[in-house]
Design a protein around this ligand. Sequence first.
Ligand code: HEC
Length: 162
Amino acid sequence: MTMTTTTTMPATKAILLLIAVLIAAAFTLAVATAPAHAQGGTYVPKKNDGKVYAELTKAPKKAITRRNPMEKDPDAEAAGANLYDQHCAECHGELAEGTRKGPSLRVDQVQQATPGTLFWLLTNGVVRRGMPVWSKLPEPERWQIVSYLKSLSPETTEPKPQ
Ligand code: HEC
């Protein structure tokens, strides 16, 4: 009896110590990575497969080259900004900087897409990835939103880690 307790005690202690160290390490890691999520700024895709914005590369040629009929309308941007506030800001942020629900729209992938590509994307959405279809908005309104998106300056903050 005394033999077993003296020999097993140190082993138990070592295991407990190891568990404590592991818990501490896990906790430190959780605290270190939490702020990015907790502050609501960073988009966390449902599938973190690096394919956010990939849909923009899939527009058919006819869609890509379509011109924005509101291009020269001086009121299009302001009207688009209004529509953006109503329909898009909830997920993409008031400044299109992105939220937890939707990615930034100030990134190159979006800013360098043609107006026709953006129009096509709004019309079709990326439903399986959480981006709704906007085909119910009248075409002129979709083009106004495109005008607004095109008026945004690229991201001024540090690039997001992905
Ligand atoms: C319910 C939340 C939600 C709303 C509302 C929303 N979006 Fe999105 N949007 C997303 C998500 C999520 C993605 C990322 C899709 C992905 O993984 O590619 C996205 C992606 C995009 C993209 C990039 C395309 C891509 O391939 O990812 C553009 C451009 C875009 N949205 C514009 C808009 C505009 C303009 C509106 C308003 C008319 C809008 N979104 C409304 C959630 C939303």
